[in-house]
Design a protein. Structure first.
Length: 254
């Protein structure tokens, strides 16, 4: 959406605060031995406390409040009572919600407990890439050039990007134009970021795969060549200068 007045800005700020604070609390609450279902239910309590509703449940009928993916699961993982978090697991939590007609989205990948499986380097790379990406987004910049920046930064660090996942416009629904804000340069894409528009910008940085494929559960996605993937995501408001990070309360850059 494009922000045209103070009421719309306040609405987006409120929705963004709800998802950001929920994500941060879930990241801090996650612990070895906990089921992903318990973690999801904890997030549900926080979201409902804000008066917010789960965006994936509202939009797609997703069987959970948040998407929680573990280890070789890349994204859209379904919370389960049977999936218990273990020391060194790589986990991704994606929290998106609707609040009073406004929608916001954010996500983070991190390691549970001690980094015994050596995932932290990948996590740090994703955070660094998202931070650099956001700093380079402003009104008039080509979307494809930002994709090029993301892939270039990933390759510098020895990683790949997932080519069939991307960020998206957001505001009055979960997915809006501009859609397919990809992590690589699509030479056919001549679109530019527009001042005052709101987008969810996200990384999809992987060790081995370049495409994500869906499992039989109809939700969970894994890599076409295996390995691991991390995602970090902020909802931002584009300006003439540095974007305003609406979901800054999630603390993923700290």
């Amino acid at each position: 959406m494009s922000i045209t007045n103070e009421t719309e800005l306040a609405g987006m700020q409120k929705a963004s605060e709800a998802v950001a604070k929920t994500l941060r609390a879930m990241c801090e609450y996650a612990a070895v031995g906990m089921s992903t279902k318990e973690l999801d239910e904890y997030g549900a309590k926080i979201l409902t406390g804000f008066g917010a509703k789960s965006a994936p449940a509202l939009t797609y009928g997703f069987p959970g409040w948040t998407c929680i993916s573990v280890d070789n699961e890349f994204c859209h993982g379904v919370p389960s009572q049977n999936r218990l978090l273990q020391e060194g697991d790589l986990i991704n939590i994606d929290v998106s919600a609707e609040l009073d007609g406004f929608w916001a989205d954010n996500g983070a990948s991190f390691v549970i407990g001690q980094d015994i499986n050596h995932h932290q380097k990948l996590v740090d790379a994703s955070k660094e890439i998202l931070q650099k990406t956001i700093k380079n987004i402003r009104g008039g910049v080509k979307i494809a050039e930002i994709g090029h920046l993301m892939e270039t930064e990933a390759k510098k660090r020895g990683y790949k990007v997932i080519k069939n996942l991307g960020g998206h416009g957001i505001g009055r629904s979960l997915h809006e134009e501009p859609d397919e804000l990809l992590n690589y340069k699509n030479r056919l894409d001549q679109r530019r970021f527009r001042k005052n528009s709101v987008v969810a910008i996200e990384t999809f940085i992987s060790t081995d795969s370049t495409y994500a494929t869906e499992l039989n559960d109809g939700w969970t996605m894994v890599g076409d060549k295996g390995g691991y993937m991390v995602q970090h995501e902020h909802t931002i408001l584009i300006t003439d200068g540095s974007p305003i990070i609406l979901t800054a309360d999630n603390g993923i850059f700290h």
